[in-house]
Ligand binder design. Structure first.
Ligand code: E4P
Length: 217
């Protein structure tokens, strides 16, 4: 499973990228707002930090406007992935951009049929929003299961990018189902390594080691 970090905070991205475990970044208009920075400037900086795809979202809602914005975003760096909504105009733009050789990410996916259409439009990634579905009292992870079945039935190459991840269990469950990627907020990504028995065991080993009076090297 690939890990993307879901933020436009360059300090967080730099820190996580240094682990060597980061495969890409996703941003959206809300995350750009949170960063307090200009979209072009912050996206360019992010693209310079990570080698993998960096999703940047169009804000126009019509085909021509989406194509115009996509071309501006694509010029920022070679690793830009254009994020589009699963509307008819968004899917039309996705098909055109994919045909022109761009990476694309169909976002705000809340149904298996939207994911089916995104795959037919040649999307590089489909982003089902797990947490936001959970928020309305429906099991978000079931959407990942449905999309996995449909994509495997037809051998679609579109990668399932589990998005709107809120918990470490979301990451585990998405991995068990076979999502190709999870985009995870920095705090949740860091929490993946946490286990109280690891902390307790490490404390005990270090205490015993100190009693040996030894040093390695
Ligand atoms: C990522 O591509 C999405 O924009 C993001 O995961 C949405 O997460 P949220 O539902 O926490 O805003």
């Amino acid at each position: 499973m690939k890990f993307f970090v879901d933020t436009a905070d360059v300090d967080e991205i730099r820190e996580i990228n240094e682990t060597g475990l980061l495969d890409g970044v996703t941003t959206n208009p809300s995350l750009i707002l949170k960063s307090g920075r200009d979209i072009t400037e912050v996206t360019r900086e992010i693209c310079g930090i990570v080698d993998g795809p960096v999703s940047a979202e169009v804000t126009a809602t019509d085909f021509d406007g989406m194509m115009r914005e996509a071309k501006v975003l694509a010029k920022i760096a070679d690793n830009i992935c254009i994020k589009l909504p699963p509307t008819m105009d968004g899917l039309k733009a996705c098909k055109k951009l994919t045909g022109d050789g761009h990476k694309t990410n169909v976002t705000l996916c809340f149904s298996a049929n939207q994911a089916l259409l995104a795959a037919k439009a040649g999307a590089t990634y489909i982003s089902p929003f797990i947490g936001r579905i959970d928020d309305i009292g429906i099991e978000g992870m079931e959407l990942i299961e449905e999309i996995r079945i449909i994509y495997d039935n037809y051998d679609f190459q579109t990668e399932i990018l589990a998005a709107s991840i809120r918990t470490v269990n979301h990451v585990k469950e998405a991995a068990m189902i076979g999502a190709d990627v999870a985009t995870v907020p920095p705090a949740t990504l860091k929490a993946l390594v946490k286990h109280p028995l690891t902390d307790k065991g490490l404390d005990a080993f270090l205490a015993d080691w100190a009693k040996t009076g030894q040093k390695i090297g």
